[in-house]
Design a protein around this ligand. Sequence first.
Ligand code: TXE
Length: 502
Amino acid sequence: MPTDDGPISLGMYISGAFVPSASGREIAVRNPKNGALVGRVAEGDAADIEAAVAAAEAAFPVWSGLSGAERGDILHRAAAILKMRLPEIVGIEVDQIGRPRREMAAQLARLPEWFAYFGAVARTHEDTVPPFGAGYLNYTRRVPLGVVGHVTPWNHPLLILTKKVAPSLAAGNTMVVKPSELAPITPLLLGEVFKEAGVPDGAYNVVPGFGGTAGLALTSHPRIKKIDLTGGTETGKAVAALAGKNLTKVAAELGGKASVVVFDDTDVDRAVSAALFAAFIATGQTCVQGARLLVQRSIHDEVVARLAGRARAIRLGDPQDMATQMGPLVSARQREMTERYVAIGLAEGATLAAGGKRPEGAAFADGFFHEPTIFTNVTNDMRIAQEEIFGPVVCVLPFDTEDEAVALANGTEFGLAMSIWTRDIGRAHRVAHRMQAGIVWINDHHRIDPASPWGGFKMSGIGRENGLIAFEDYTQIQNVIVNLSDAPFDWYAEDGTVKRYS
Ligand code: TXE
């Protein structure tokens, strides 16, 4: 039953302390499974963003003044502390967003790896000594950007934040985080982890709030050196346009419409498990969701029949129950979006092979549940095949040839991720190289690693998370050119010598 006595109450996190917002307003975080209050957090706006930016500026000399090895040690401690706090944090993530405990326990268990990896990068990163003219020593230094802003969504609240915070801290930046209004609790608690690990007060600040107020204030702030955003494509465009006015660097991981491409040499059971995993994890609310299942025609009907049976058998229920395989959508709005697209798909002439409605029963009455849904008889020009639904809906399209598979897979405005399923090693790589996507899995889907670049082509974004590239994107290069000669040089002297300046 919904209750107004949620146990969690947190302020904004600024300069190492939880503080109320200037307005005194709060955001109520509600559990999508039943509307119960999970907690209240302070709701910040422009004034609070200003205070957080000032705190981050004050901490910048302290944090950036440490050596890479010292920052690395602190990040390793953060990894260990986070690991110890995971049981509590997993429970809160499940309550905030409704994703099943079995998913969040598996996902969050990996987060310490990000701090371990970027801690190691901070300790070991080497600069370069590019060639220069004779008589010169020439070297580069990577220096932090300063105060950076992270704007994060609700679908993987702590994973996505960690992907941004670990490299930016490792590189010596300080930061202001504007988490999703739907899932601000765990980003706030990360402040406690950092404090205990030895991150100086003010290096990591969190201002919960809405996109149009706190988000706008952060992304248009003239003293923010980089905005790293994960969200919808329209949000990304708006944020990049505003940031451009201040020449603020932008990284954006945006929408997707990933294809899962199954060639007919794939074992059908394997193909079906792949499609289920790709499409329905996170109730489909993930940017790399395998929302388009492209199946070679000779196995198409068998794959669809088995997929529909398996989708109907997915256990919906209380996300805190380890037996539950699919939870509710995060909000009424996300479920309405799914329902709207189901109606659009039917109107466009697609056929429902499974799902397409809310589950029945008292257990689902107060939550935003929706059945896993499969559309067949889909053509690539349909809106359900083109637009990001961000719900438990997969469209199945048949193909005949490799060329047709590539054309279909590339035939959307998005380019975040794709997966290819085949036993033919030449074809796997050939097709991968033709994919217009930042991430291509071969015989897998959804896999991620802190060392492995993550981000999109086309309208799926700019910049990359993870890997050395993410660390380097949180720095700017300084080139130091040293003349080793003490010989006199006077350009304007008419002394008959041949002079050079390049
Ligand atoms: O995302 P928003 P929403 C897609 C997905 C989903 C749609 C809308 O298709 O259905 O976006 O979801 C902040 N200035 N993805 O509305 O609004 C906002 O407060 C500054 C894909 O939840 O993009 C939140 O912190 N900030 C995606 C963050 O941006 C602004 C994950 C993302 O919210 C802002 C989430 C503004 N003008 C949604 N407007 C993915 N890539 O995984 C919003 N925000």
